[in-house]
Each structure stands twice: as structure tokens, then as C-alpha cells.
Design a binder for this molecule. Structure first.
Ligand code: NAP
Length: 258
């Protein structure tokens, strides 16, 4: 357990049932928090929460749907009280050449990655203002800091998340609330596995070749592990990071420097 962490706080992690979100949820439980994990698949969430009875709960939430978000926050607060730490991690990354990016794909990327962050942040902020304390951490991406070809909608959404982070940090700076983003490079999760499978199907490359291509963009020559992103989030929740706000911290082996 971290000596730097005020324990027993209530953290809500969107998309907490898998990948980076699950690693963050586990890191925060390990630090003594009560953690709500949310997502659309209750079975996936319950499998993880069941391993931490009384410390982790599973709540269904579609971040793209404001009604679902409001309902989920009410449910989450019933057991663990007001949300003091919000980790906006839920996300989707679909690729397409820009000219083949139809309005539906564009809207889906914005709805889940950007508007989802907006809905959850609006739901969490009033209680944080009352408590005069809060931590909001947005899992953006290196795609929130630089452009990449064939993922224009995702890149636009993640740049939006970084912009939202910066504005909110200023708006809530005097209210005991910090707002930061973590920006992972390619990280070993389902999103990456799907991207690798996509490259294999579309280019005829082997899985090893596709994987090597993804890791070659990282100066360390490797894929980031979810636990490394989780550790950055845990640090942002602690007392030592109280002066850190409005930042977008790349966890990418030096791929992006800002
Ligand atoms: P992942 O394992 O696929 O996790 C994504 C999570 O988001 C899932 O648990 C999913 O749960 C949830 N989710 C998706 N759409 C949702 C919606 N409409 N409402 C609520 N929850 C939703 O992938 P991951 O890599 O851990 O992604 C986590 C975050 O990291 C994302 O924001 C992603 O953009 C970011 N990121 C990932 C990488 C990478 O290389 N892996 C790099 C940079 C940034 P349900 O399906 O159950 O809803």
C-alpha cells in the first residue's frame, strides 16, 4: 500500500473491467481505495469485482449515454459514497482512412472517447466541489498529443480530451480539484490485439511483423504494459501530486515529448 495515499476514498474507473482500466482499478484497490468499475458488460466487471469483495463493485454504464451515466453514479454512491477520484478510461479506437471515415464512425469515436469523458466529469464534479477535494484523471493517448494516419476520428477525440483536461484544470484550480491526463503509447490490451489483427487481415503481414511495427514507434522498442499506466494514475491520486494539474503525461517510452 502506498504511504502517500489517503485510503478509503471512492474511485470510479470507467472501462474498468479490462486492459488499462482493470490495471488502474487493481492499483487503486491495492492503495486502499474503494473502487467502482464500470462498463457495458456486467459479466466482465463482476468477474473482476468478485475477487475484491467489499472493496470493488461492478456497475453497468455506457459512457456515451448521459442517462446511463447518471444512473450508474447514483448506484455507485449507494455503496461507497460520493466519487472522489474519477478515472475516465473507457475508450474505443477504430481505424479507417479519413476519406472512408463515415459520419457514424466519426460520431462513435467522439461519443465514447470525448463526450463520455464530458458526461462522467459533469456527474462527478458537484460532489468534489462540495468536498473541496477531487482527482480527475483522463486516459487520453499519445494520439491526444500528436497525429497518426488512419485514425483521424480517434486522434481528434483524444486531442479533445487533452483540451478538456487543460480547461478544467484552470476552472477548478482553486477548488482542491486536479485534472490531468495520462497518454499511453501502444499498450498490451485488447485494443492493441484488435489493431494487430486488423493489420494482419488488411496487409497479409504475420502477427509478429505487425506487432514489431507497433513496438518500433516506441524508442524503448517495446509495448507499454497496463500496470505502467496504472502506476502513473495512482501517483496522480496521491498527496505528492497535489500541485500537478492540467498536465498530459506521456507513458510511451519517449515516443512523445511535450
Ligand atoms: P480495452 O481493454 O478494450 O478497454 C476499453 C474499455 O472501455 C473496456 O473495458 C470497455 O468495456 C470500455 N468501453 C468501451 N466503450 C464503452 C462505452 N460506450 N461505455 C462504457 N465503457 C466502454 O482497451 P484499453 O487499451 O485498456 O483502453 C483503455 C483506454 O486506454 C482507452 O481510452 C484507450 O483509448 C486508451 N489507450 C489505449 C492504448 C493501447 O494501446 N491499448 C493506447 C493509448 C490509449 P465494455 O466493452 O464492457 O463497455
Amino acid at each position: 500500500m502506498s504511504v502517500d495515499m489517503e485510503t478509503q476514498r471512492h474511485a470510479l474507473v470507467t472501462g474498468g473491467g479490462s486492459g488499462i482500466g482493470a490495471a488502474i482499478a487493481l492499483a487503486l484497490v491495492d492503495a486502499g481505495m474503494h473502487v467502482t468499475i464500470t462498463g457495458r458488460r456486467l459479466d466482465v466487471l463482476e468477474l473482476l469485482a468478485a475477487r475484491h469483495p467489499g472493496k470493488m463493485q461492478a456497475v453497468v454504464m455506457d459512457v456515451a449515454d448521459a442517462t446511463s451515466v447518471a444512473k450508474a453514479f447514483t448506484q455507485a454512491k449507494t455503496q461507497f459514497g460520493p466519487v472522489q477520484i474519477l478515472v475516465n478510461n473507457a475508450g474505443q479506437a477504430h481505424s479507417a482512412p479519413f476519406i472512408k471515415t463515415d459520419a457514424a464512425l466519426w460520431q462513435q469515436m467522439l461519443s465514447v472517447n470525448l463526450t463520455g469523458t464530458f458526461h462522467c466529469t459533469q456527474a462527478a464534479l458537484p460532489d468534489m466541489v462540495v468536498a473541496k477535494w477531487g482527482r480527475i484523471i483522463n486516459v487520453a493517448s499519445t494520439a491526444g498529443l500528436v497525429g497518426y494516419a488512419y485514425v483521424a476520428a480517434y486522434v481528434a477525440a483524444k486531442h479533445g480530451v487533452v483540451g478538456l483536461t487543460r480547461s478544467l484544470a484552470l476552472e477548478y484550480a482553486k477548488k482542491g480539484i486536479t485534472v490531468n491526463a495520462v497518454c499511453p503509447g501502444y499498450t498490451e490490451t485488447d485494443i492493441l490485439r484488435e489493431s494487430i489483427a486488423n493489420v494482419v487481415v488488411k496487409t497479409g503481414r504475420t502477427e509478429e511483423e505487425a506487432r514489431a511495427e507497433f513496438s518500433s514507434g516506441n524508442p524503448q522498442g517495446r509495448i507499454v504494459q497496463p500496470e505502467e499506466v496504472a502506476d502513473a494514475v495512482r501517483w496522480l491520486c496521491g498527496k505528492a501530486a497535489a500541485s500537478v494539474t492540467g498536465q498530459s503525461i506521456a507513458v510511451s517510452g519517449g515516443e512523445v515529448m511535450n
